[in-house]
Design a protein around this ligand. Structure first.
Ligand code: NDP
Length: 444
């Protein structure tokens, strides 16, 4: 049995109830055999067994009181996966579906994503099964304060720097930062995604979405094409989706559909982003409301049918496993030539296979959505220098980073004899730097 397969079987036995984590590990391992053929020394150091075991896994009780006076209890997580190339870095997800497997898959992906940015950041991820939907601001604040009361003893500006993810945006980061500061009596860059007047970076809110579009722009360029005149579908309607749409429109493309967990909206004239921002960012409403304002747009309560909408480019930006093999086939049949993943692992392994076989330019999440953590890294730099860059400076740096990530993925894929396979490019490109650091630092 090839070495990587042998180790995967071991990891499967060790983590039997973690399907998302195993899916993420398998996806990386499937790319790695050629690296081990070239570097037998990695094998003798048991690198794969070590890199798949988190350095630290924290699970904790988060008690809080709702507006009716009931005591509620959620579970908090922080997986400090790898500090080989920098402090643990990765977002916090608040969503009812959160469990250990999901946080571990996200933390594992984060190691390689952060490495691809070329900034000094290790990999981590955290969150809770708390569902912020329908909660008042006061309830969200009490939950965030309780969550941070425990988390604060494990994190720090040079140790572990969390950020946002699903269900954690500017409001939640603010409540958690306030509690951290109060408990530790220090104003440091312990979280990223902060408000602009208290240590945040211009361009952080936009970074993941803009970055996914910059990545797609590079893929299109290699096909001698651009966004100009392209029809685009973006799933989700949260932070990543909104700023993907904004950048696509700036580059001359037209986004015609977006979704949430209840359904999707189709607007053949092009999604009106001001309306979406008002519904989602101001009122925290549902995208169904879009059709009350734009009567010609259509709403369907089958959110996965968004992939039946004809498009040239798809930017899945909601959640894991939102495109399966059949949905990928539908996209290809309808003429989709480029997929840039704003979300983490939104395409199932069967779906990825379909895209690669069909010659679709396919940008896997760990490369295509690295813009968010890249600008988080830039926020950390600004905090350390106690300086602030302009939006234009940060956007320029983000653009360069996304171009470099694309070039790394493409060049590594070429080097390992898999031209145009950006999955192989991203996995090997991200892996190499982390492993070399592990080899230099001894058995730790
Ligand atoms: P938000 O919470 O802002 O938005 C999430 C969006 O996805 C919402 O529209 C939500 O709909 C939808 N969604 C969530 N879960 C599901 C589900 N199970 N089925 C269908 N739709 C769902 O999160 P973000 O925009 O920040 O994150 C989106 C994705 O991007 C995630 O995969 C995240 O890990 C990834 N990502 C985010 C980064 C960031 O900087 N924020 C960085 C890199 C990756 P509803 O409101 O109905 O739940």
């Amino acid at each position: 049995m090839p070495y990587v397969q042998e180790v995967y079987e071991k990891i499967k036995r060790k983590n039997p109830n973690e399907p998302e984590f195993l899916q993420a590990v398998k996806e990386v391992f499937d790319s790695l055999q050629p690296v081990f053929d070239k570097h037998p020394e990695y094998r003798s150091c048991n690198i794969l067994e070590r890199i798949t075991e988190p350095e630290r896994q924290l699970m904790f009780r988060v008690p809080w009181v709702d507006d009716q006076g009931n005591i509620r209890v959620n579970r908090g997580y922080r997986i400090e996966f790898s500090s080989a190339i920098g402090p643990y870095k990765g977002g916090l997800r608040f969503h009812a579906s959160v469990n250990l497997s999901i946080i571990k898959f996200l933390g594992f992906e984060q190691i390689f994503k952060n490495s691809l940015t070329m900034l000094s950041m290790g990999g981590g991820k955290g969150g809770s099964d708390f569902n912020p939907k329908g909660k008042s601001d006061a309830e969200v604040m009490r939950f965030c304060q309780s969550f941070m009361t425990e988390l604060q003893r494990h994190i720090g500006a040079d140790t572990d720097v969390p950020a946002g993810d699903i269900g954690v945006g500017g409001r939640e980061i603010g409540f958690m930062f306030g509690q951290y500061k109060r408990l530790r009596n220090e104003f440091t860059g312990v979280l990223t995604g902060k408000g602009l007047n208290w240590g945040g970076s211009p361009g952080r809110k936009e970074a993941t979405g803009y970055g996914a579009v910059y990545f797609a722009q590079e893929m299109l360029k290699d096909r001698k094409q651009s966004f100009d005149g392209k029809t685009v579908v973006v799933s989700g309607s949260g932070n990543v989706s909104i700023y993907s749409i904004e950048k696509v429109h700036q580059l001359g493309g037209r986004v015609v559909a977006l979704s949430d967990s209840n359904g999707f909206v189709y607007d053949p004239e092009g999604i009106n982003l001001d309306t979406v921002k008002n519904i989602k960012e101001v009122r925290r409403g549902r995208i169904k409301e879009y059709c009350e304002i734009h009567k010609h747009a259509k709403y369907s309560d089958k959110n996965r049918d968004i992939w039946t909408v004809k498009c040239d480019v798809a930017i899945p930006s909601a959640t894991q496993n939102e495109i399966n093999g059949e949905e990928a086939k539908t996209l290809v049949k309808n003429g989709c030539i480029c997929v840039s993943e704003g979300a983490n692992m939104p395409t199932t392994p069967e779906g990825v296979e379909v895209f690669l076989k069909a010659g679709v330019s396919y940008g896997p999440g760990k490369a295509a959505n690295a813009g968010g953590v890249a600008v988080s890294g830039l926020e950390m730099s600004q905090n350390s220098m106690r300086l602030s860059w302009t939006f234009e400076e940060v956007d320029q740096k983000l653009h360069n980073i996304m171009r470099n990530i694309y070039n790394t993925c493409r060049d590594v894929a070429d080097k390992y004899g898999k031209p145009n396979n950006l999955v192989v490019g991203a996995n090997i490109g991200g892996f190499q730097k982390v492993v070399d650091a592990m080899m230099s630092q001894g058995i730790v």
